[in-house]
Design a protein around this ligand. Structure first.
Ligand SMILES: Cc1cc2nc3c(=O)[nH]c(=O)nc-3n(C[C@H](O)[C@H](O)[C@H](O)COP(=O)(O)OP(=O)(O)OC[C@H]3O[C@@H](n4cnc5c(N)ncnc54)[C@H](O)[C@@H]3O)c2cc1C
Length: 442
């Protein structure tokens, strides 16, 4: 089998990691003998994970993007079956013209189906639909023992639950089947409402979550005082009745062609950009009909935008906290705003209480915050403080976005991690897993 030696990075470009080798997985019927490979193995999709969940420093990566064949489509009932490396982009292009859409989608479609399962991704409709894993009907999991297991809610149930949100550690998914959602058109009816502070956010959110399928906010996380956590609330639903539309499924691409010097992204430029976004939405409220692509995947039109953070890379910090008394959300927002660290692209959203089948799935009812920080030498001071605040508030960090949480924090955030560990394949490991469990590579 051919071996490609090249750099496989995660989206945040931090931490740096070098696999010993990368093995392309081309055919479901001709998988490598995992046990014949020296050291540990880890599946790799499109590397859209921000931190080290998709990295296996010193070990082997199994590049699954060649497993890119569509296997079956039940157009009447909206069920699709695809190989593990098929991207959400390919699925969206195929299903949207046929009146179907993804039941749950992350903010990029350059993600493989198996990657979406392994991180049990969520989208703007978490409060109304739950996670991607809620729609998975079955998949094939290949273990290092050579076993090929069909996992579903009724078959190999425990491995099904462990693999959804299982961070690629329970074996190799070769194909997966999941349910789609019918849509009346390829358009979304979107309302944008500016809010001046956290209190206003809650007012709008309380009146929106019941009636709007999709809700998300962009927050100016550097605003302080009476403008703490000001931002723009976006709520949407599929547009019905359909308009005649010859909508294109791809946007013109803007590319960041080279690494910008990190010095261009400092707390002053980020503050200007952050409040600039807020200011751009100059009207208090606006309404528009938008195509699915720019609505769900605004960043996909800027190719390689992650290079904008320079060679030091950046860290996304995403957590969720229960917000019954709203105090924790306020205190954490204050700590971020007053920290002096630059932050851009802050996404703020309410998670609902629909439970995911995944043992290690991230979402819990409450508020989730996702913040992009340039990787500065002082950033760790703030993040370790936030780790403690999130823990104290009964929240947790998202492994898919993480590159630095301590083993102590991970184990407290995910108290069932030892139960999960029973299903980890002995041959599979990742840089993330070794960091948060203290295990060494075999
Ligand atoms: C711009 C942007 C926006 C995003 N928005 C969201 C969002 O809104 N919500 C959200 O939840 N996430 C979001 N993400 C994160 C992204 O959806 C996840 O990290 C996703 O898992 C990446 O999939 P991938 O195919 O790139 O997999 P990779 O990043 O390559 O790998 C992810 C995990 O999947 C495992 N894996 C890959 N293939 C297989 C396989 N065949 N079998 C078993 N395990 C496998 C890997 O081992 C790894 O643990 C976003 C990322 C970006 C860059």
């Amino acid at each position: 089998m051919a071996t490609i030696i090249k750099h496989y990075r995660s989206w945040g470009r931090f931490p740096k990691s070098t696999p010993k080798q990368v093995i392309p997985v081309q055919w479901r019927s001709e998988l490598p003998d995992f046990n014949a490979i020296e050291g540990t193995v880890l599946p790799f999709g499109y590397g859209r994970t921000y931190g080290d969940v998709c990295l296996n420093n010193g070990g082997t990566l199994l590049d699954t993007t060649f497993l890119n064949r569509m296997l079956a489509f039940d157009e009447e009932n909206g069920i699709v079956c695809v190989e593990a490396g098929v991207s959400l982009e390919d699925i969206v292009s195929f299903i949207v013209p046929r009146g179907w859409f993804l039941p749950v989608t992350p903010g990029t479609k350059y993600v493989s189906v198996a990657g979406a399962i392994a991180n049990d991704v969520h989208g703007k409709n978490h409060h109304s639909a739950g996670t991607f894993g809620c729609f998975v009907t079955r998949f094939e999991l290949v273990r290092s023992s050579g076993e090929r297991l069909i996992c579903s809610p009724d078959e190999n149930t425990e491995l099904f639950k462990a693999t959804i949100g299982g961070l690629g550690l329970t074996g190799l998914i070769t194909w997966a089947e999941f349910r789609l959602k019918p849509i009346p058109s390829r358009l979304i009816d979107v309302e944008r409402i500016r809010f001046e502070n956290l209190g206003e956010f809650y007012e709008i959110d309380d009146e929106s979550v019941e009636d709007y399928e999709y809700t998300v906010s962009w927050v100016d996380a550097m605003a302080t005082g009476e403008h703490l956590a000001r931002g723009v609330y976006m709520r949407g639903r599929h547009f019905d009745p359909p308009l005649p539309s010859n909508g294109h499924l791809s946007l013109p691409e803007v590319r960041v062609p080279f690494d910008l010097p990190s010095v261009l992204l400092n707390k002053f430029t980020l503050k200007a950009m952050s409040s600039g976004f807020y200011g751009l939405n100059f009207r208090k409220e606006s309404r528009s009909i938008e195509h699915i692509n720019p609505y769900f995947y605004p960043l996909d039109s800027i190719k390689d935008w992650n290079k904008g953070y320079g060679t030091r890379g950046f860290l996304q910090y995403q957590f969720c906290v229960p917000d019954k008394d709203r105090k924790a959300v306020r205190e954490i927002s204050k700590t971020i705003a007053n920290s002096g660290e630059g932050v851009f692209l802050t996404v703020f959203k309410r998670f609902g209480d629909l439970e995911s089948p995944g043992m290690l799935s991230f979402p819990r009812p409450g508020i989730t915050y996702a913040l992009d920080f340039p990787n500065t030498p002082t950033l760790e001071n703030l993040l370790s403080r936030l780790d403690d605040m999130v823990l104290e508030a009964g929240g947790r960090l998202y492994p898919a976005k993480d590159a630095r949480m301590s083993a102590r924090h991970f184990q407290a955030f995910y108290p069932n991690w030892q139960e999960f560990a029973r299903y980890v394949d002995p041959k599979f490991s990742s840089s993330f897993w070794r960091r948060v469990t203290g295990e060494t590579a075999c």
